[in-house]
Design a binder for this molecule. Structure first.
Ligand code: MLT
Ligand code: ZN
Length: 461
């Protein structure tokens, strides 16, 4: 049946690039989770909006599921095709379509890499401020699908804040032009915002108009060593009070061990349980003095044990590497990833609760903590011991995630801060969303994609 469907697609769209080689199926069928065995039907690489619409119409007729696909750097299985789906890769639709100097917007195709967006903005003297370590390989379409966050949310917010307009192909194959770059638009439901974070279950983004902004004033980067967990949010409060923060990220000594083993350079001597990389605006002497004063106050108060202020761009990059290199350094250990958030005000109590929980549930397993603590977002990466089978390891982690989800529920948090639900967290959606909300979400999905062909199995069980 599926062979016939594929033959029909080839006949109807002779120009469409279709891949069916085993190597391509494996390559395009998975994301960075590496948990599922890729098994797509084929890979379609459309080059135009019309081709995307035609593929969606074909999929409706033949009831073939589609997995929209960008850079596949996702960490929740949102772009995995393990059940005979057609992967619709937007890799060929990766161009900048236009820049509007008056509106300060950049219009791009969804397959463009985040870093290419940064470069395009820079050529116009502006910035696109969403940023994170996978910038070189993740795609804008994927960023939109997960409402990606990253390291500058504290200053600029999530992807959602920067999308001025979206063109989307729905599950019917219909093309919607949402918000059209307007700043003010009080004309009913904002369907653009509904698409952002919908993980490819409502529509396929085929064009995005991004807001750009002025580059920030000159900044400085500091690495801090902290003596205990309670100091984290106290130092955050101290720095936020005195400085304009661009980033406030933390990691533990265990994370440091891995990133150093992976080639990063140690910047602070001695053993310290917690570290913070912070970047703040420091355009003049006054701001620089304020930073030193905040640092000294932290030291005097026993909140900061040591620190380094980057003296050059190269040193700033080296300090950032200690934080941004963590994900890559952990990858060989097949980490089980929790990406959770609570309100900033709830972080201290939440940290204590989960510290007790994780120490009890993972007594002999290495657990690496890091993340965007200034946004209330923690990345808890659990590393697979070599002696444990993949299946036993996942089963244990899922048991603990259930308990973690209960704790999050008590603290009013979210089971996914920025990676999305995908396949990995769909069993825990109820810890963050009420039954009524989930029922409404399913209803919305039904409206946009009545035959359920767009990324089925993701987000919902
Ligand atoms: C990061 O912030 O480095 C990633 O989102 C976290 C991860 O790899 O778990
Ligand atoms: Zn992150």
């Amino acid at each position: 049946m599926t062979d016939q469907a594929l033959a029909d697609l080839g006949r109807r769209l002779p120009e469409l690039r279709l891949l069916t080689d085993a190597g391509d199926l494996e390559h395009y069928g998975r994301d960075w989770t590496r948990r599922w065995t890729p098994a797509p039907l084929a890979i379609a690489l459309p080059a135009s909006v019309e081709e995307v619409q035609d593929v969606v119409r074909w999929a409706n007729e033949h009831k073939v599921a589609i997995v929209p696909s960008g850079g596949r750097t996702g960490l929740s299985g949102g772009a995995v095709a393990a059940r005979g789906e057609l992967v619709l890769s937007l890799a060929r639709m990766n161009r900048v379509l236009g820049f509007d100097a008056v509106d300060r917007t950049l219009t791009v195709q969804p397959g463009i890499a985040l870093e290419a967006v940064h470069e395009a903005a820079r050529t116009h003297g502006l910035i696109y401020p969403v940023d994170f370590a996978a910038r070189g390989s993740c795609s804008l379409g994927g960023n939109i699908a997960t409402n990606a966050g990253g390291i500058r949310v504290i200053r600029y917010g999530n992807t959602r804040e920067w999308i001025a307009g979206l063109k989307v192909v729905t599950g019917h194959g219909e093309l919607l032009d949402l918000n059209r770059g307007l700043i003010k638009n009080s004309s009913g439901y904002d369907l653009r915002q509904l698409m952002i974070g919908s993980e490819g279950t409502l529509g396929i983004v085929v064009e995005a108009t991004l807001r750009l902004t002025e580059p920030p004033p000159a900044s400085q980067v500091m690495l801090l060593a902290l003596p205990n967990m309670d100091a984290l949010m106290q130092v955050f409060a101290l720095f936020r009070e005195h400085l304009s923060l661009q980033a406030f990220e933390f990691f533990t000594d265990i994370a440091l061990k891995h990133v150093l083993a992976h080639g990063a350079q140690r910047a602070i001597d001695g053993e310290h349980p917690y570290y913070v990389v912070t970047e703040f605006e420091a355009p003049d002497e006054r701001a620089q003095d304020a930073a030193m004063a905040a640092f000294e106050k932290g030291v005097e108060g026993g909140l900061i044990s040591d620190g380094v202020l980057a003296q050059s761009d190269a040193q700033a990059a080296a300090l950032w590497r200690l934080r941004e290199g963590i994900t890559e350094s952990l990858a060989p250990h097949k980490p089980y990833k929790n990406d959770i958030s609570v309100r900033i005000g709830a972080v201290p109590a939440f940290l204590h609760d989960i510290q007790t929980l994780l120490a009890r549930e993972y007594p002999h397993i290495e657990v690496v903590w890091f993340g965007h603590i200034g946004d209330g977002n923690l990345h808890i990466n659990v590393l697979k011991p070599e002696a444990l089978s993949d299946a036993d390891f996942i089963a244990q982690c899922e048991h603990v995630t259930k308990l973690l989800a209960d704790t999050l529920h008590r603290h009013g948090g979210s089971i996914s801060a920025e990676h999305g639900i995908g396949l990995v967290k769909r069993a825990y959606l109820e810890s963050t969303r009420s039954a009524s909300e989930i029922a409404l979400m399913r209803g919305v999905r039904q409206v946009f994609d009545p035959n359920g062909i767009l990324n089925p199995g993701k987000l919902f069980i």
